[in-house]
Design a protein around this ligand. Sequence first.
Ligand SMILES: Cc1cc2nc3c(=O)[nH]c(=O)nc-3n(C[C@H](O)[C@H](O)[C@H](O)COP(=O)(O)OP(=O)(O)OC[C@H]3O[C@@H](n4cnc5c(N)ncnc54)[C@H](O)[C@@H]3O)c2cc1C
Length: 396
Amino acid sequence: MDLDFSPEDQAFRDDVRALIADAFPDGEVYDDRRTHRDRWRLAMASKGWAVNKWPVAFGGPGWSPSQNFIWERETTSAGLPPQIPGMGVGMLAPILFGYGSKAQQDRFLPDIREDRVVWCQGYSEPGSGSDLASLRTKAVRQGDVYTVDGEKVWTSGAHLADWMFCLTRTSTESRPQAGITFLLIDMKSPGIEVKPIISIDGRHAFNRVTFDNVQVPVANRIGLEGEGWTYAKGLLTHERTGQAYVSMSMTLLSNIKRAAAALSGSCGGSLLEDPGFASRLRWAEIELEALEMTEMRTLWEVAAGTAPGAQSSMLKLKGTDIVQRMTEFFVECAGPYGAPWLPVIDHPQDRPQPDAIGPDWARREIARYYEARAASIAGGTDEIQRNIIAKHVLRL
Ligand SMILES: Cc1cc2nc3c(=O)[nH]c(=O)nc-3n(C[C@H](O)[C@H](O)[C@H](O)COP(=O)(O)OP(=O)(O)OC[C@H]3O[C@@H](n4cnc5c(N)ncnc54)[C@H](O)[C@@H]3O)c2cc1C
């Protein structure tokens, strides 16, 4: 593994910075509005980078691991998503590359690449989260159609989605993993009902989705009947490799340092010079640097053709721990503004300068990232990652 960036890599980094500066002049912050999404996607597309993690055969740029690394760092520290947001581009597309038919690739990939269709993930069910293989949503085949009945839960963005990639049970005869089938379901199909789950922060991100006699063409099945578990498991491993949050933690770290340098500590100097705070922050920084090396090593190994395996669980587990510690430092910096009911104390006429520690700062820096608390549950809980490590690395 070569940790020094070559002159080509440095030139690539300059290109990336120029693209970002052109797309968002004056350092305007990307905020996921449709206009911003389109502007960023078109900017990436103008260089052939819109689907930067896709294989060359499907329109990806074929970057080296170091180019991927540079891209991730530069976009994240500018507050931009490293790829088109959503579950189509990063989660469904790799399954279509590996297991979709040519007809399915031709039908679904262009809409994902152009950000025209929103996808959601229908895996978890009441009673089947960590123990996903116990899922019960039933799909019964008759001729060219499956009839789907059952319920999914915690389905992020289902209320905005056009399509769902969904795990269904087509057989109970063998071990649970063997009877699972991967279907693509049009969310406009009669018999689908999406009910909101409002989370503690008042947001509507999750849903409960019920299926009552929903008709799904067999042409929308990925791969073979009963093989869906294999496809879904491969996807989860790759999903977790991407959940080390290194770039996000680095951005947070530099913001924390800036904020703490401007705040008073308990020993006369700034908070950043406070021995207790400084030592905890430095320790987190050292762990982040170690995680960065591990992530780079994994990326190089994946590029060389090695499947990430249990390493992806280690990255997710440690990355989640560090990013959550970073958000806690923010709350410490925000003091009373870290309290949860910011809108109540936020009177527009009292707003301080954007960079002063106050309600605006707290909303921007804390509220935006604090949902990283959920990272130790989403995509497989911490305990499940530890089980995987115990089984595959420690051989317990
Ligand atoms: C932000 C977020 C977004 C999500 N988005 C989606 C989505 O879009 N689509 C989707 O399908 N799902 C989604 N989920 C659901 C997520 O996949 C599940 O919450 C997760 O798999 C855990 O399942 P569960 O909630 O049923 O908890 P459970 O499996 O019931 O676990 C409860 C507790 O028991 C522990 N536990 C369970 N089994 C074991 C074991 N064998 N050993 C040790 N401890 C164990 C767990 O670690 C946890 O602490 C999302 C979750 C979050 C937080």
